[in-house]
Design a binder for this molecule. Structure first.
Ligand code: SAH
Ligand code: SF4
Ligand code: F3S
Length: 477
């Protein structure tokens, strides 16, 4: 066994720390280092890249200083994400000055837009590889080793990497991500993803089941099915991914198939689009105890006019009705969201509508962002980014304060309740405590009691108190 630490940065996870991934490996001739930014799908892509590189004889290293190839898997969702990448590339290049044979590669969502700049103007990188071109990495590396600038940013209508078993880079050995689709066909006007990741395509359901079964056999107890819009998943059982074949597998069907693999394997998913989440999905969730009662349902704004300009294709009322249905079907379901403040043309009354929607829903958790104009998006072409920075900031702080207030209330409501927790490992603060999540995705910390209980076990935990983001309890006999 070979142990190493990977650096992961994920804005959307707001600083959650990761450590000690474990890779099984033999002696490798060359070493790669990979750093990942952005969403869970991008992290999962890094695991696919690791798998491709391992087959080529590359072993992982935790420090870029002694890597033969340094890769940065980039995110383009907001301007800040792009700036961070540039800073990191400068750091890598100070090492490259000492060791010119070291290769630096940019992967992921910034690849397409910045390829020319990165390769030519700034001479910061040797390789630029887009999200659908990772299979060509080995040949691109060979090209780069012989001094060529190697680029492949072609997007594909078919690629799902269905047959590639991701090498779990940053794993606790208990929970894992499984990508079920790629790309996005929605054209939310603020969003760069349809441009960076291309058309939506669904992965063959058999390969998804196979990956989940393999994870279970390796001791994993929870899978999170990933897609930008999981509710539009559609594949045929006969003809690989997508809708060509006879029998169409919907997302509700897929959830059921994965839930049926084993009752001890928990199933989560992300992200649901309010326009597409179906009653079928909600009823399937309710039917299976091992499908976690938690939905991430990004609202973006509480104002129907703003939602229209965002091209989210639902209204405030539609969204609130979805929330109502979720709670009717699963009263205990946790709900979280994403909010953007200061989108083009957002007025004070629009902003007040977002606050009032939050009051109505009372989210368990929220990721909140200031609007950041992305070149090439529909909003950048159609609308003026006209809300001043200070106003965006002030609105964001109001939203964050309201969410904190709601979250504190939600956490307090859990005191006295008993939950089934899947133990993910030691708590961040102390090896005397375990941590794990309840069904509703809340982190729970509790003292270790006896040696027979271990990581990956399910335990019943009674909640005694809470902090802002953590429930604290004790194992029930
Ligand atoms: N597919 C998911 C979202 C993926 S991006 C969905 O449709 O919900 C994650 C979040 O980043 C979005 O929900 C949105 O809140 C935020 N985001 C996307 N583009 C942004 C931009 N240009 N500026 C600020 N936030 C943005
Ligand atoms: Fe972006 Fe909208 Fe697609 Fe989400 S659904 S990835 S916000 S375009
Ligand atoms: Fe970022 Fe690309 Fe994900 S832009 S949020 S890494 S799909």
């Amino acid at each position: 066994m070979f142990e190493t630490t990977f650096k992961y940065h994920d804005e959307s996870r707001q600083g959650e720390a990761y450590s000690a991934p474990i890779l099984e490996r033999k002696a490798f001739e060359k070493k790669f280092y990979i750093e990942s930014y952005g969403c869970q799908m991008n992290f999962n892509d890094s695991e696919i890249v690791a798998s491709i590189l391992q087959k080529e004889g590359f072993g992982a290293t935790a420090s870029y200083e002694d890597a033969d190839i340094v890769l940065i898997n980039t995110c383009a969702i907001r301007e800040k994400a792009e700036q961070t990448v540039r800073k990191r590339l400068n750091a890598f290049n100070s090492v490259k000055k000492q060791r010119p044979e070291m290769l630096v590669g940019v992967l992921g969502c910034m690849a397409e837009r910045l390829k020319a700049q990165l390769l030519e103007e700034e001479k910061l990188v040797d390789l630029v590889v887009g999200p659908d071109a990772y299979r060509t990495l080995p040949s691109l590396i060979v090209g780069a080793e012989s001094g060529q600038k190697s680029v492949n940013v072609l997007l594909s209508r078919e690629e799902t990497y269905a047959d590639i078993s991701p090498v779990r880079l940053n794993s606790n050995g208990v929970t894992a991500f499984v990508s079920i689709m790629r790309g996005c066909n929605n054209m939310c006007t603020f969003c760069v993803v349809p441009f960076t990741r291309g058309r939506e395509r669904s992965r063959d359901p058999h390969s998804i089941e196979r990956e989940c079964i393999e994870l279970l056999e390796k001791g994993y107890k929870e899978v999170t099915l990933l897609g930008q819009n999981v509710d539009s998943y559609a594949a045929s059982l006969t003809g690989g991914g997508d809708r060509g074949g006879q029998e169409v597998v919907t997302f509700a069907d897929l959830l059921e198939r994965v839930a049926k693999i084993d009752p001890s394997l928990r199933v989560r998913f992300s992200t649901s689009h309010p326009k597409d989440i179906t009653e079928d999905v909600l009823h399937t969730m309710a039917r299976y105890e091992n499908i976690c009662k938690y939905i991430h349902l990004p609202v973006q704004s509480g104002s129907t006019e703003v939602l229209q300009r965002m091209n989210r294709t639902y209204t405030r009322e539609w969204y609130l009705n979805k929330v109502k249905r979720i709670r009717e079907i699963m009263p205990e379901c946790g709900i979280s969201t994403d909010v953007i403040t200061g989108f083009c043309g957002e007025t004070e009354p629009d902003h007040a509508q977002t606050l009032s929607l939050m009051e109505q829903v009372k989210y368990d958790m929220a990721y909140m962002f200031m609007y950041s104009e992305r070149p090439g998006t529909l909003a950048a072409r159609r609308y003026k980014d006209d809300v001043p920075e200070e106003v965006k900031k002030r609105r964001l702080s109001e939203i964050v304060a309201l969410q904190q207030d709601h979250q504190a209330g939600k956490m307090k409501q859990d005191i006295g309740k008993t939950y089934t927790i899947l133990i993910e490992g030691d708590s961040k603060r102390s090896t005397d405590d375990w941590c794990g999540r309840n069904d509703q995705n809340k982190m729970v910390v509790f003292p270790k009691t006896n040696d027979t209980i271990k990581k990956g076990d399910y335990v019943r935990v009674k909640i005694n108190r809470c902090t802002a983001a953590t429930l604290i309890g004790e194992i029930m006999k």
